[in-house]
Design a protein around this ligand. Structure first.
Ligand code: ADP
Ligand code: 5GP
Length: 232
């Protein structure tokens, strides 16, 4: 039986990597697609763990061989999801988590409308700026212009929020992780593929997932969108 594809997108620095690592730790049977990228490794990143780091020529060869489900250019570098991750997860009957940008999410939703998409927002522009600077310090510093460019890109990416099924605001890590877990488990329940959940547990998970559905999140995110000057 094929599993569900979960797409997660967020402006850089929102905490998506932190959140997805937590989610993988607490939710079983969730495979993570390791993307290919032409950007150099950052901080403690390892080839084959966070990304497969390849040259532009290698990436272009993979495009020509139609090895990507989707790919996009982000911040001047190529990023792409290899089709083989999909086939491998499907063969194992596992769900697959794709951490990809808004361009990639659009391509995947077009090809596979049943994919479940989640957009992660930071609590405000100010908090995003703080997190970008904090991470940059931890990793030995990044040029001011890189941080400035990421903040400008964030506003552009956030404009696409309404194309997603769920909106999670990453304020308190524990709460946002619980919301992500509720989305995954309630989607599994809907597909008849979640075991060991009591009726009371099921009700609570579904209530939680519903609260972060796009239609129900609009009021909560108004102030955040305003801080990025995004039209609603
Ligand atoms: P992304 O993958 O979206 O670019 P990261 O996961 O690298 O973002 O997080 C950016 C920075 O914010 C990191 O220093 C991380 O530790 C911090 N961070 C992530 N989530 C939270 C949170 N809920 N509260 C406070 N800091 C956070
Ligand atoms: P970073 O360089 O900060 O790891 O990632 C930059 C952006 O590229 C993020 O928005 C991330 O989601 C996106 N990204 C990572 N892998 C892929 C991928 O395979 N495809 C697409 N379209 N975007 C990706």
């Amino acid at each position: 039986m094929t599993g569900t594809i979960f797409i997660i997108s967020a402006p850089s620095g929102s905490g998506k990597t932190t959140l997805t690592n937590e989610l993988r730790r607490i939710v079983p049977n969730l495979e993570f697609s390791i993307s290919y990228t032409t950007r150099p490794p950052r901080g403690s990143e390892h080839n084959g763990r966070e990304y497969f780091f390849v040259s532009r020529a290698e990436f272009q060869k993979m495009i020509a061989h139609r090895e990507f489900l989707e790919y996009a250019e982000v911040f001047g570098n190529y990023y792409g999801t290899a089709r083989r991750f999909l086939a491998e997860a499907a063969a194992k009957g596992k769900d697959l988590l794709l951490d990809i940008d808004v361009q990639g999410a659009r391509q995947v939703k077009q090809a596979m409308p049943a994919a479940v998409s989640i957009f992660v927002l930071p609590p405000s522009r100010e908090v995003l700026e703080w997190r970008l600077r904090h991470r940059s310090r931890e990793e030995g510093g990044q040029r001011e212009e890189v941080i400035e460019r990421r903040l400008q890109m964030a506003a552009k990416e956030i404009e696409n929020y309404s194309h997603y099924d769920y909106i999670v605001v990453n304020d308190q890590l524990e709460q946002s992780t619980d919301e992500l877990k509720a989305i995954v488990v309630s989607e599994r329940l809907r597909a008849g593929r979640a075991g060991g959940v009591t009726p009371a547990g099921q009700e609570e998970l579904e209530r939680r997932a519903e609260s972060v559905r796009l239609e129900n999140a609009r009021n909560r995110i108004r102030g955040i969108l305003e801080s990025f000057v995004v039209r609603q």
